[in-house]
Design a protein around this ligand. Sequence first.
Ligand code: SAM
Length: 270
Amino acid sequence: MTATPAKPSMAQLQEREHDVGHDYAKGSPHIRHSSVRERVISGVHDLVGDVIDRNGACRVLELGAGHGTFTDHLVAAGAEVEVTEMSAPSVEVIRHRFRHNPKVTVVHDRGGEAALGGGPIGAAVCISVLHHIPDYLETVKRLVERIVPGGAFLSVQDPLWYPRRSRISMGLDRNAYLLWRLGQGELRRGLATRLRRLRGVYDETNEADMVEYHVVREGVDEQALYALLAPEFEWVELQRYWSTQSGLLQSVGERLGPPTTFGIVARNRR
Ligand SMILES: C[S@@+](CC[C@H](N)C(=O)[O-])C[C@H]1O[C@@H](n2cnc3c(N)ncnc32)[C@H](O)[C@@H]1O
């Protein structure tokens, strides 16, 4: 009898996908495309500025910071930042990058639990990370419990909840992704992923299904997040926009395409 291979943990899958030398920019529209990147950067600056205006200082918890692309901007906006990251190789990179900066502490959160406990914070920031977390609603609930009055929450760059999207929206999104994959010379991986999606199969041992942007589960339920945040904050805004990997399709989609992706910002914690 052949033994069934053990299901890898999320940390192992994250480490396979975000290994040593991983290029976070390559498959990340919010790093590659200036329009999406500017959306994230201005969101980060507005958020930190708002908390500092209200509370005089801002300690941010940045969940899943990768290589710290946006940690730079949090610090530039005036925050002290506690970064958590699940992938050991990424932790090494980010620790090295900020080794002389006392405003940044880096926690290797292998089980994804460290961020949920701990002391009070001025803001929680999740950039392209909630779609990696199986129970993202519970995670956000626990993060919000840590946010002080006047504090804020920001999440950005998650796929809109698939079941509420039209067939046109899903079709354009998936074909844009496949075209980009083909352009990368990754025909086999692109087609295999597409076939699994058509069959409604999510392979829990495959990092492409569990980790990769835009194909994980059914997207992220933006309305459930809104409902969770609205009672806790004075002001909550949902922002829907088009985002895809290919530069050309990004410009076309911004003008003509239906939204695929969202950010949510909540300010002035009650
Ligand atoms: C798509 S990357 C985004 C990285 C970074 N925020 C950026 O935008 O460049 C998602 C990152 O979140 C990390 N991650 C996933 N789940 C996590 C969790 N529960 N706690 C901490 N890090 C997590 C992954 O290891 C990966 O580095």
